[in-house]
Design a protein around this ligand. Structure first.
Ligand SMILES: *[C@@H]1O[C@H](CO)[C@@H](O)[C@H](O)[C@H]1NC(C)=O
Ligand SMILES: *[C@@H]1O[C@H](CO)[C@@H](O)[C@H](O)[C@H]1NC(C)=O
Ligand SMILES: *[C@@H]1O[C@H](CO)[C@@H](O)[C@H](O)[C@H]1NC(C)=O
Ligand SMILES: *[C@@H]1O[C@H](CO)[C@@H](O)[C@H](O)[C@H]1NC(C)=O
Ligand SMILES: *[C@@H]1O[C@H](CO)[C@@H](O)[C@H](O)[C@H]1NC(C)=O
Ligand SMILES: *[C@@H]1O[C@H](CO)[C@@H](O)[C@H](O)[C@H]1NC(C)=O
Length: 252
């Protein structure tokens, strides 16, 4: 009699195990190895640190072959033998998660980040999309007897420089150059000619971002009173040559 109860318990347990195992296999084969990516869409400020998390719920009999974040040719692997601070694995059964931290997000980091999981019970993927808001680094103004210039650096999206002095729009007579950094931001320099008798009147240079329909920065450029009129003889041709030299410098 004692052997009955001894037989029944394992029977019941193995039945439950089989039933549970079948349901797990069924859902897994049905594509239910779900990955949750948080957030799904991330609109980051330029230069912020942000973290993308991918979470998998893993049944005990599941054998993970590969679990990773992939962006362009960059990857972050689960349980990487040489862990990086920006690629962290965490285990809290039955959940496994992989957190990818982007340090100082730049325009070049924009795009679709894929989280992929490959296991003995099937594959799954999900994604997060990262976008970056406007970036602005700094503005360096300068002025002398022949020209005024403003160089805006660390700008995104790209823009154009508008010049105004005493209510007069000088933009159409300006020359400008832009150049993109490896991180996707732009450096934009613009130059306008200065007539010798007006060096004391401030110029205003403003950075206009056409794609956002907004001004990102503005600066008043003036000689600060101490301007020495040492080159009063500067001709229009001289001004043009100086401008050309500046622009050539900016190009290289
Ligand atoms: C991706 O993750 C989100 C949670 O952040 C979830 O709502 C969505 O269903 C997942 N998509 C797929 C295809 O697993
Ligand atoms: C981003 O992370 C880096 C490295 O951990 C840290 O030095 C920096 O201060 C952080 N920046 C911000 C804006 O939190
Ligand atoms: C990743 O791609 C960038 C440009 O697309 C390239 O410069 C870099 O060498 C690549 N890195 C690796 C490890 O392939
Ligand atoms: C004015 O300044 C620019 C650089 O800021 C320089 O290239 C140019 O030679 C200067 N012109 C004169 C007349 O000093
Ligand atoms: C100045 O002129 C530029 C180009 O013609 C124009 O895009 C800009 O809106 C004008 N700015 C002002 C303040 O009128
Ligand atoms: C530049 O000066 C004008 C007045 O001439 C002022 O209205 C404006 O706020 C100043 N802009 C900056 C960026 O300092």
């Amino acid at each position: 009699m004692g052997s009955w109860s001894g037989m029944r318990r394992p029977n019941l347990i193995s039945w439950l195990t089989v039933a549970w195992f079948c349901s797990v296999v069924r859902t897994a084969v049905g594509g239910a190895v779900e990955l949750r990516t948080v957030p799904q869409v991330l609109r980051s400020r330029c230069g912020d640190n942000v973290t993308l998390t991918c979470e998998a719920t893993v049944p005990p009999q599941m054998d993970i072959k590969q679990f990773s974040w992939v962006f362009k040719n960059k990857t972050c692997h689960y349980n990487n033998p040489s862990p990086k601070p920006w690629c962290e694995s965490a285990e809290e059964p039955p959940r496994r998660s992989l957190a990818l931290t982007l340090v100082s997000v730049m325009p070049v980091d924009q795009g679709e980040y894929m989280c992929k999981l490959r296991s003995n019970m099937g594959v799954a993927h999900n994604r997060s999309v990262v976008t970056v808001q406007e970036c602005f680094g700094s503005v360096a103004p300068s002025i002398n007897e022949t020209h005024a210039s403003c160089c805006f650096s660390g700008v995104y999206p790209t823009g154009v420089v508008h010049w105004v002095r005493e209510g007069v729009n000088l933009t159409d007579s300006s020359l400008w150059q832009d150049q993109q950094d490896l991180d996707g931001r732009y450096n934009i320099c613009s130059v306008v000619g200065v007539k010798k008798e007006t060096t004391d009147k401030p110029f205003q240079c403003s950075l206009w971002i056409p794609s956002r329909q907004m001004y990102l920065a503005s600066k008043n450029v003036s000689a600060g009173g101490g301007q020495e009129p040492s080159r009063r003889g500067a001709t229009l041709q001289g001004v043009l040559v100086a401008l050309e030299m500046v622009v050539l410098k900016l190009v290289t």
